[in-house]
Design a protein around this ligand. Structure first.
Ligand code: GCW
Length: 652
């Protein structure tokens, strides 16, 4: 299937054409070949220029730089790019091409002086692609990795993808779903080694390490054993032998990602063992091969009884993993979702992220927008991710405990559940590509301003096109706040249709076993997570625990996450909670209608296919935001019998 070039289209910088730009380098190798090819493609597009031999640009190594860092200097038509390794050089080349576009100048006028090293070592994407070709929580077509239990080797598409990843500094991908099903268990067998070797050939030169999700019960499923007990030496031996076989066939493989004891997946709990027993057994198996185990912390009871108000799903990750801090091997990274629940539009930062002091961690984000509009609504998530990175956990009395600091250093980093599929434009909604671009950029440099990232992405994708840039920039920056307005109020989350997680259904999860409740009653709504309730708030450092426990100091956007509050409680805005719910839902739907009106004005400035896709999505969002507004407002009107203070229409 045809596919777009996304932000690597290199649209012409108008009025700046030149015949040739020349390159000199003594470096050789596959990564350098990719860097040269990128320059050739970039200059052809931006300036109509051929890449020739000469000294306009010099590529070199400087071992004093971070291995994934670069230094870029340019003035008077000359440019040097130095990298701490070949991959650093490649990153420098992408930085040059990006900066040329954002500057929008002629080659001879361009100046640059920047030196960068990545904020995080691990900058990874997780695909939830199944081997039948479907994608769990995929909203942009089918997998471009798998179909009918086979691995697809679509070299142009995979290469284009590897370039996109490298261009924003992503250095790892897990290609198969963490829910390892059907044929996927067999990815670590000779059935698939040949095809995976082709993947290594494509991704490795771009600095992208390949990871595989594995089935914790593989010794049983593949090895015919009767147990997968991590403390059984025979099981450990099976994994150690397996690792030798896998790495002998797939040299350079990054490692394994594991979802264990979660939502029905097998894991160490089956054998009365803990999460560290499981992770460490695998870590020891892969260590001689240089392998890495990424172990997810999304472990909770998904069979709970809604009648039992003592169990609190939000507590689970911390309760299971915190006592194990310091017991994990050095080649284990715990992958922790950004919030304690599950990728809601608003959640507090997971306390486990701050709690663990002696364990490698990666924060797991989701750009697939499972709960934030599923790539049909626009929802640019970088402002939200940046808030999370900037959050101070107060857990290092003598050091920096902002999330961005806690995930620095070896074994740590950022992961996103990705949003790509085989749709022509990769991400379904054209604007959803800003999340893929943005996640990469933010993981490489956690100090970047989300507004700047959005601006870059627009310029790279649409060229220098003022009406498009201005309008879409405004929409992107307003999109997450807008989505939050017409969604579940004040941090409580979960008012969605079960299973699909799309569209409003206020009580959709209220009486189910999944542990995500809002507990709306005739007089109030929200979960008491203070000491009078589950006391989840004391999983945070004392300053934060106190702040959250007290309704006066609890940030209002999370008020209902932490407290059960009466509808007539007056917020700092002077509005009651009920009126706040009404107002935000009216506003959210108005915002969505305005987005549509603004997008329609862009018709003359956009490629017709892009415009058609955007127009259809924004029309849907506009209508669907009204559905959200009306379902939620009606629900609370029915609970309370109190109407809107401004007399607006609320359906009965
Ligand atoms: O958000 C939930 C999703 C599941 C997913 C799970 C997880 C891959 O609804 O589809 O399973 O999280 O993160 O493991």
């Amino acid at each position: 299937m045809a596919f777009t070039k996304c932000w690597l289209a290199y649209p012409e910088i108008r009025g700046c054409r030149c015949d040739a730009i020349s390159l000199h380098t003594e470096l050789t190798g596959e990564t350098i070949d990719r860097a040269k090819a990128e320059l050739a493609e970039g200059f052809k597009g931006l300036y109509g220029a051929a890449l020739t031999e000469g000294d306009d640009i010099t590529l070199a190594l400087d071992m004093a730089l971070d291995p994934e860092g670069y230094r870029l200097k340019a003035a008077d038509g000359h440019c040097t790019i130095e990298g701490g390794s070949e991959v650093g050089v490649l990153y420098g080349v992408f930085a040059l091409l990006r900066n040329l576009q954002t500057a929008g100048k002629a080659w001879a006028q361009f100046t640059a002086d920047e030196e960068k090293a990545p904020s995080n070592r691990l900058r990874m994407l997780n695909h939830w692609d199944n081997m039948d070709g479907s994608i769990e929580r995929g909203y942009s077509g089918d997998s471009f990795f798998f179909k009918d239990s086979e691995i697809l080797i679509d070299v142009p598409r995979l290469t284009a993808y590897a370039r996109m990843l490298a261009s924003v500094g992503i250095n790892g991908i897990t290609i198969n779903n963490v829910n390892v099903k059907d044929a996927a268990s067999w990815l670590i067998t000779d059935r698939y080694f040949g095809a995976l070797q082709e993947y290594l050939k494509i991704f490795t030169p771009y600095g992208v390490k390949l990871y595989l999700s594995i089935n914790f019960a593989a010794p049983m499923e593949l090895g015919g054993m009767d147990s997968a007990d991590p403390c059984d030496p025979a099981v450990a031996k099976w994994w150690a032998d397996k690792a030798q076989e896998v790495w002998a066939n797939l040299p350079g493989l990054g490692g394994f990602l594991v979802k264990a004891d979660s939502e029905g997946r097998p894991g160490p709990f089956t054998y009365g063992r803990n999460q560290a027993d499981g992770a460490n057994m695998l870590a020891d198996a892969v260590a001689p091969c240089g392998g890495h185990i990424v172990w997810r912390c999304f472990v909770y009871n998904c069979q709970q009884d809604w009648r039992n108000t003592k169990i609190d799903r939000a507590r689970a990750g911390y309760d299971y993993f915190m006592p194990l801090d310091g017991t994990f091997r050095d080649n284990v990274t715990l992958q922790i979702k950004n919030g304690p629940m599950d990728f809601q539009v608003r959640e507090p930062v997971s306390p486990l992220i701050g709690g663990l002091q002696h364990t490698h961690i990666a924060v797991e984000f989701q750009i697939a927008q499972e709960y934030t509009g599923q790539q049909r609504h626009v929802c640019y998530l970088m402002p939200w991710f940046r808030q999370i990175l900037d959050f101070d956990m107060h857990t290092r009395p003598n050091g920096d405990a902002h999330v961005r600091a806690l995930i620095q250093g070896a074994g740590n980093g950022m992961v996103a559940v990705t949003n790509t599929g085989n749709d022509e434009n990769w991400t379904g909604h054209d604007l959803a590509a800003a999340n893929l671009y943005g996640f990469g950029r933010l993981s490489y440099d956690t100090t970047l301003d989300p507004a700047v990232i959005a601006g870059e992405w627009l310029r790279l994708t649409f060229g220098n096109n003022e009406p498009v840039e201005k309008t879409l920039h405004r929409i992107l920056m307003q999109s997450w706040p807008t989505y939050e307005k017409y969604n579940a109020p004040l941090g409580v989350g979960w008012m969605v249709n079960p299973n699909y997680h799309y569209g409003p259904n206020v009580d959709g999860y209220e009486y189910s076993r999944w542990g995500c409740y809002h507990r709306a009653s005739f007089d109030g709504i929200g979960i008491d997570r203070s000491p009078t309730g589950s006391d989840y708030c004391h999983q945070y450092a004392p300053e934060l625990a106190e702040m959250y426990a007290n309704v006066e100091t609890c940030p209002e956007e999370l008020l209902l996450f932490f407290h059960h509050m009466p509808y007539n409680y007056v917020l700092k805005s002077g509005k009651t909670i009920l009126q706040h719910i009404y107002d935000t839902h009216f506003e959210g739907a108005e915002d969505a209608a305005r987005f549509y009106d603004e997008v329609v004005t862009l018709k003359p400035y956009l490629d017709p296919a892009v415009y058609a896709r955007l127009e259809a999505r924004f029309a849907h969002q506009k209508e669907h935001a009204c559905e959200w507004r009306d379902v939620i407002n009606t629900y609370f009107y029915r609970k309370t019998g109190i109407g809107d203070a401004h007399g607006r229409k609320i359906y009965e």
